[in-house]
Design a protein around this ligand. Structure first.
Ligand code: TYD
Length: 212
């Protein structure tokens, strides 16, 4: 158990969706309102996570199951060292990507099977589920256009890979509207932020520990 008093929000979406901008806008608004906010990202966010990030995003070919395990290892370490302590201290934790990224990229994108990757991820994070997951949605072509010429190992996958990931995020969100908010990543960032903030303000006391 996390001993959880804080609020845990994950931002998910395809590459180039604009998640990082939304994380920053929400963090700024909450800090201004006097909340203690921790911003983090996956993979990365710890020293070990940064090393895993380098291996998995910038190395040579990684076999799909090894890729899934490396992302899971990053999250296990990150949740134990960073996220649970911050939640226990009553902070608002905003993470740029979380378990749904792995279910989408390794499960749906790499064909490992969403169910098995979901179970692996839940084991890795000890069933710590966000209070809210914001899916920032953009079409794969728009994501590619925004990323420009520089691509990491996953970004350089074909549009079909990114389309499968997008579909997976949208289907997951449709299946659980209480815990997901889908926002249109092609809209003006301030409008997207307003929608995210409005939803944040509706979050009550329910803290799912082992659902989804
Ligand atoms: P990053 O540079 O953080 O991309 P972005 O700014 O779009 O979030 O790279 C993270 C990449 O890793 C991204 O392509 C998604 C991928 N990823 C997975 O495949 N599985 C995971 O579990 C996570 C957290 C990320």
């Amino acid at each position: 158990m996390s001993g959880r008093d804080g609020v845990f929000i994950a931002f998910e979406g395809g590459d180039g969706a604009g998640k990082s901008t939304q994380v920053r806008l929400l963090a700024d608004a909450l800090c201004e309102a006097g909340r203690e906010v921790l911003v983090t990202r996956q993979p990365g966010g710890t020293e070990l996570g940064a090393a895993i990030r380098d291996l998995v995003l910038h190395g040579d070919h990684v076999s799909p199951r090894a890729e899934a395990l490396l992302f899971a290892a990053d999250k296990a370490h990150h949740v134990d060292l960073v996220i649970r302590p911050a939640l226990a201290a009553g902070q608002v934790v905003l993470t740029d990507r979380y378990t749904d990224s792995s279910v989408a990229y390794q499960g749906a994108g790499r064909d490992l099977g969403a169910g098995e990757v979901h179970d692996l991820q839940m084991w890795a994070v000890g069933h710590l589920v966000p209070d809210l997951t914001v899916v920032v949605d953009v079409p794969p072509e728009e994501g590619r256009r925004r990323r420009g010429e520089v691509h990491d190992r996953l970004e350089s996958e074909a549009d079909a890979f990114h389309a499968a990931i997008r579909e997976h995020f949208l289907a997951t969100a449709r299946g659980n509207p209480q815990r997901y908010l889908v926002v249109d990543g092609t809209a003006a960032p301030e409008d997207v932020h307003a929608a995210v903030l409005a939803r944040f303000e509706t979050l009550g006391g329910a803290r799912p520990e082992a659902s989804a």
